[in-house]
Design a binder for this molecule. Structure first.
Ligand code: NAX
Ligand code: K
Length: 511
């Protein structure tokens, strides 16, 4: 897991490094610039040359340090300092002086050489201190960088692609698009939230000597965590030689209806592929055969009442839930006026963790107080539209404040919340935020949500503690999509291919 900070928190950490731990910022900058030079070298061709574009702040200072190291290493390079030299920060000025202590001189932007495919641009115009849209010479500098990139040069950004807002991931216009972004010390929000994450290209975090203790007790918003592959890989307990199907838990899916039997099948098959020992599906009697036709491993429980799910289904569902380790309610269910009440009764009485998805979310939106009455853990997996219904906000408002909206809801209602979308967020009932890096736009297709709910159910049934089970399920789901897209392409990807993708995940992890 990687901590993700705001620009203000990053400044605070840097100040703490200096005042509490004796790491002067000049030394941090030296380390940052050196790592930046190494990254630039790593993407250059054998005869590559370097254009280093520096701004007035400490980001420019990093660029000047990098230039000094590149020069020392014998690289062919040109450096431009954009803006008024008199307004540069003291650290940047000092590094300009150190660079120009030799015969080497920084030059005007317009006089930098044109670049081609072997070459590299170091973008050190703005970092976390960017406060408004770049204009005048700064905008021109970004246009130069874009042109060189268009000609095939690689762009290596110092900390943040210049023009990107490091707290939100939203770009100003213009904004640099980088091939590699070297993140100094700790990650910033704009590097992991889209569209910022894409504008960063490959993100390489480097240590710059910032004491990790400096990241403790920072003020401001809670620090989200970026989930990494090693975290997700370690979550499922190893399969012991002497285990049996009971060891891996029994998932009950309450899902499907006429015309939507596939939702139940995807949920159930995903739960099986995610390692659940047994999977049962409770659904309207008339569609049970259709659901079970998808996989002989599924066990079926017919719900004999008719019409939308309601209180008439309560007793059969309570009986079906006996001895189950996790329930997944929602994909493809027939929703009616009593569905929310039914779910409330189940939450209060069933002795298993419950995942609510799809129409189950819409059903509980009218009375959220039932969430607090739950006997065990509750997990909600809304997409932004469902989140809007749950909160009474517009989808646009949800998307504009994803972290905050998700966290407020999870804490207010005591649930684990998965807010789907690019960079899906998982928020624990305690308010811890996990940002997911896996997945791709090919997964924006019907049924992928049903697969996710099945994976969540399977991990819970395998007794993984809820706070880990869910961010791990989200990670695995996205990775399954990434691996499946290698066969089908993003355009061709369909939800049932995520099931094979899940197997690819287990093979990749030797599980
Ligand atoms: N403070 C430290 O100890 C360290 C800082 N580091 C670097 O410092 C960066 C942050 O440095 P700064 O806070 O100096 O900020 P930046 O270097 O990102 O630039 C901000 C400067 O540009 C000005 N500015 C902001 N937006 C502008 C615009 N649109 N047009 C024209 N001028 C604009 C600001 O007034 C300020 O002078 C980090 O991203 C990182 O690269 C690293 O060297 C590591 C150590
Ligand atoms: K930059």
């Amino acid at each position: 897991m990687q901590l993700v900070l705001t620009a203000a928190q990053m400044r605070e950490a840097e100040q703490a490094a200096e005042s509490k731990y004796g790491m002067p910022s000049a030394l941090l900058m030296e380390n940052a610039g050196r790592a930046l030079a190494e990254a630039a070298r790593s993407v250059a061709g054998p005869r590559g040359r370097f254009n280093v574009v520096c701004g007035p702040g400490n980001n420019g200072g990093d660029g000047l340090v990098a230039a000094r190291f590149l020069l020392e290493g014998g690289a062919r390079l040109a450096v431009a300092v954009v803006g008024d030299r008199a307004k540069m920060t003291a650290e940047a000025q000092r590094n300009l002086k150190a660079l120009e202590a030799t015969a080497f001189k920084a030059q005007a932007l317009e006089t930098l050489p044109e670049l081609g495919p072997e070459d590299v641009v170091v973008d050190a115009l703005f970092g976390t201190g960017l406060s408004r849209a770049p204009e005048g010479p700064f905008a021109e500098a970004i246009q130069h960088i874009e042109r060189w990139r268009g000609a095939g040069a690689k762009v290596v950004a110092a900390d943040v692609p210049s023009g990107l807002q490091s707290d939100t991931g939203e770009p100003f216009s213009p904004c640099v698009e980088a091939d590699v972004t070297v993140a100094f010390g700790l990650l910033k929000r704009g590097q992991v939230l889209e569209p910022g994450a894409s504008l960063c290209g490959e993100l390489r975090r480097v240590d710059i000597g910032l004491s990790m203790a400096a990241a403790q007790g920072l003020s401001g918003p809670v620090l989200p965590l970026l989930v990494e592959e090693a975290d997700a890989r370690g979550v499922l307990p190893p399969r012991r030689a002497d285990s049996h199907k009971g060891t891996y838990g029994h998932v009950l899916g309450v899902a499907g209806s006429r015309g939507k039997s596939g939702a139940a099948a995807l949920l159930a098959r995903a739960a099986l592929r995610a390692g659940a020992g047994l999977v049962s599906v409770a659904t309207r009697a008339e569609v049970l055969d259709a659901v079970m036709a998808h996989a002989p491993e599924i066990m079926g429980i017919p719900l004999e009442a008719s019409g939308p799910l309601g209180l008439a289904d309560l007793e059969p569902l309570l009986a079906a839930a006996e001895g189950k380790d996790a329930l997944v309610i929602g994909p493809g269910i027939p929703r009616g006026p009593e569905t929310g009440k039914l779910i409330g009764e189940l939450l209060a009485r069933v002795d298993a963790d419950v995942v609510l998805d799809a129409d189950a979310l819409n059903a509980v939106a009218t009375d959220l107080s039932i969430l607090r009455q739950a006997k065990r853990q509750v997990v909600l997996t809304p997409h932004p539209g469902e989140m809007a219904r749950l909160t009474g906000l517009s989808t646009k408002e949800v998307q504009a404040r994803r972290l905050e909206v998700a966290r407020e809801f999870a804490m207010a209602h005591g649930v684990t919340l998965v807010l789907k979308g690019t960079r899906t967020l998982t928020v624990s009932a305690e308010g811890d935020i996990y940002i997911n890096p896996t997945g791709n736009p090919g997964m924006a297709t019907g049924g992928t949500g049903d697969v996710l709910s099945g994976i969540c159910g399977a991990f819970l049934a395998q007794k993984v503690p809820v706070h880990e089970a869910i961010w791990a399920a989200v990670y695995v789901h996205g990775l399954a999509g990434d691996l499946a897209a290698r066969r089908s392409g993003q355009v061709g990807l369909i939800a049932s291919e995520l099931l094979q993708g899940l197997c690819d995940v287990w093979l990749r992890w030797d599980r």
